[in-house]
Ligand binder design. Structure first.
Ligand code: T5A
Length: 220
C-alpha cells in the first residue's frame, strides 16, 4: 500500500534550504505529485505552533536556553500531530524545512545543552515519526550569515548569536550526519545553486525509489 514520504531539510543560517526546498516542491508538483511544504518552528496550517514561533524568534524576548528548547519542542508537538502526520496519512510527500535535528544542533550543540537532554525533551513531541530522508545543506556559517545579511536586515534571536555559536551548530550537524549516514545526505551548499538543486533532487529521487514510493510519473 502506498505510504507518505517525509523529507526533512536541515542546515545552518542562509545555507539555502528554503530556496532549494521550494524548488523541489515545484519540481514534484509539476510532475503531478501531491506535495505539502511546511517549516519549523511553527508550521503551515498550525496557528498554535506559529504563535510559539513568534515568542521564540522575537529579539525583544529574553528566553533562557532550557525554556527555548521546550518552546521548540512544544511547537513541534503541535506541528507533528496537527499537520505532518495527517498529511503523511494522505500519502503525500511532506517537505519540512527544519525538524528535530535543528533542536539537536542549535539547542544541543549551539546552546550546549547536550544532545541527550534535547533528545529526551523531544521524545514525546516526535514519538515514532521518522523521516525517510534528511538533506543537510552544509555551509561555512560565516558565508551563510553573509548571504542572509545581503538579502535581509531583520535578524531574529538565533541569527544574532555569534559565529562560535553557529560553528558549534554546524559541528553538531556534521556529527549527526556521521552517526546517521543512511538517513542523512550531505549537500555541499557552497556550490552554485543549480548544482545544489540537482544534487538534492538526485538524493530525493533515489530515496523515493528505495522507499517504493509510487510516483505518478514513473519516468521521474
Ligand atoms: N531553530 C529552529 C532552532 O534553534 N531549533 C529548532 O528546533 C528549530 C526548528 C528559524 C531559526 O530557529 C532556529 C534555527 C533558525 O535560527 P527561520 O527564520 O525559519 O529561523 O530561518 P531559517 O530556517 O534559518 O532560514 P534561513 O533563511 O536562515 O536559511 P535558508 O533557508 O537555509 O536559506 P535561504 O534559502 O533563505 O537562502 C539564503 C540566501 O542565499 C541565497 C538565496 O537566494 C537567499 O538569498 N542562496 C544562494 N546563494 C548562492 N549560492 C547558493 N547555492 C545559494 N543558495 C541559496
Amino acid at each position: 500500500m502506498k505510504k507518505g514520504f517525509f523529507l526533512v531539510l536541515e542546515g545552518c543560517e542562509g545555507s539555502g534550504k528554503t530556496t532549494v526546498g521550494q524548488w523541489l516542491f515545484e519540481q514534484l508538483t509539476a510532475s503531478g505529485e501531491k506535495v505539502f511544504y511546511t517549516r519549523e518552528p511553527g508550521g503551515k496550517e498550525s496557528p498554535v505552533a506559529e504563535k510559539i514561533r513568534t515568542i521564540i524568534l522575537d529579539t525583544q524576548n529574553n528566553v533562557l536556553p532550557l525554556t527555548e528548547a521546550y518552546l521548540f519542542a512544544a511547537s513541534r508537538a503541535q506541528h507533528v500531530e496537527e499537520v505532518i502526520k495527517p498529511h503523511l496519512a494522505k500519502k503525500e510527500i511532506v517537505i519540512c524545512d527544519r525538524f528535530v535535528y535543528s533542536s539537536y544542533a542549535y539547542q544541543g550543540g549551539g546552546r550546549q545543552l547536550g544532545l541527550e537532554t534535547i533528545k529526551r525533551l523531544n521524545a514525546l513531541a516526535v514519538g515514532d515519526l521518522q523521516p525517510n530522508l534528511v538533506l543537510l545543506f552544509d555551509l561555512d556559517p560565516a558565508l551563510g550569515l553573509e548571504r542572509k545579511r545581503s538579502h535581509r536586515q531583520d535578524f531574529d534571536r538565533l541569527d544574532q548569536e555569534d559565529l562560535l555559536f553557529h560553528q558549534r551548530v554546524r559541528n553538531a550537524y556534521l556529527e549527526l550526519a556521521k552517526e546517521n549516514n543512511t538517513l542523512f545526505k550531505i549537500v555541499d551548499a557552497q556550490k552554485p545553486l543549480a548544482e545544489v538543486e540537482a544534487t538534492a533532487l538526485n538524493y530525493l529521487k533515489n530515496k523515493l525509489k528505495e522507499a517504493n514510493y509510487a510516483l505518478k510519473d514513473s519516468s521521474y
